[in-house]
Design a protein around this ligand. Structure first.
Ligand SMILES: [Zn+2]
Length: 246
């Protein structure tokens, strides 16, 4: 059972939650929300608990400060308003929302223009942006695949079919039976050398369907730094969008 309480420390009123448990010692934790959580043995008096809280006030203050900083550092999901920044092919772009009778979008000189009928409509801005991601992916990948393909012949014998999806956990999917590769539209955020890694990875699956030792050997022969690029891809932070969670 959890009980909300206050303790006075000097002039400060410190809020904490008290949990009574069958434990031997009192423990104090500062949660990510900044909440001070105390777990205490069933019989420990409130006076004793508050004495310990006063003793540990420096630790508690440090903890609250640390959690506040952590919270501020976490990137907030983008709402696609003017002034927000996001990477396109690894280059930071500032969003500029403009009003226009026709919905369209384009990235020019570090600015991503989103032209929408009603700039105040978050759903319309998001639709316009998804359309931009899709069009940009469709313009980019055929050439990227064509550039890489000579290294992977004779399989696939002809240019594979390309399709595009917005996926949560995968950057590409190779269906070698159907001669088809699906790319994640969100790859548009990445620098070209990391996109190139995904293109090579998927093309290599035409020769080795699984991530076997032979697969990695085959890929490394064509892209010696493929492991380095793979790690960079996994470490790269892509933007989150407020509209995604609705
Ligand atoms: Zn794979």
């Amino acid at each position: 059972m959890s009980e909300s309480r206050f303790v006075t420390v000097g002039r400060e009123r410190l809020a904490y939650t008290l949990n009574r448990r069958r434990v031997k010692n009192i423990t104090i934790r500062v949660r990510e929300s900044g909440e001070v959580a105390v777990t205490a043995p069933t019989r420990t008096t409130i006076a004793r608990i508050e004495e310990i809280l006063r003793d540990k006030i420096t630790f508690i203050r440090d903890g609250k400060e640390k959690m506040a900083k952590k919270c501020a550092a976490a990137p907030r999901p983008l709402t696609l308003c003017t002034g927000e920044v996001l990477p396109i092919f690894g280059e930071m772009h500032t969003i500029q929302v403009v009003s226009d009778a026709r919905c369209r979008a384009g990235a020019i000189n570090g600015v991503l223009y989103l032209a929408v009928k009603n700039p105040a409509d978050a759903a319309e801005r998001y639709r316009c942006f998804l359309d931009f991601l899709d069009k940009t992916a469709r313009a980019y990948f055929p050439d990227a695949v064509a550039r890489a393909l000579p290294q992977f012949l004779p399989k696939p014998p002809k240019a594979p079919t390309l399709s595009y999806r917005t996926m949560k956990t995968r950057w590409g999917v190779c269906n070698y039976n159907k001669q088809k590769i699906t790319f994640n539209r969100r790859l548009v955020f990445f620098p070209p050398h990391l996109i190139e890694y995904v293109v090579y990875h998927e093309l290599a699956h035409f020769h080795h369907p699984n991530h076997s030792k032979d697969f990695w050997q085959f890929l490394t022969a064509r892209m010696p730094d493929c492991q380095k690029r793979r790690e960079a891809l996994n470490d790269y932070k892509t933007p989150a969008f407020a509209a995604e969670n609705k």
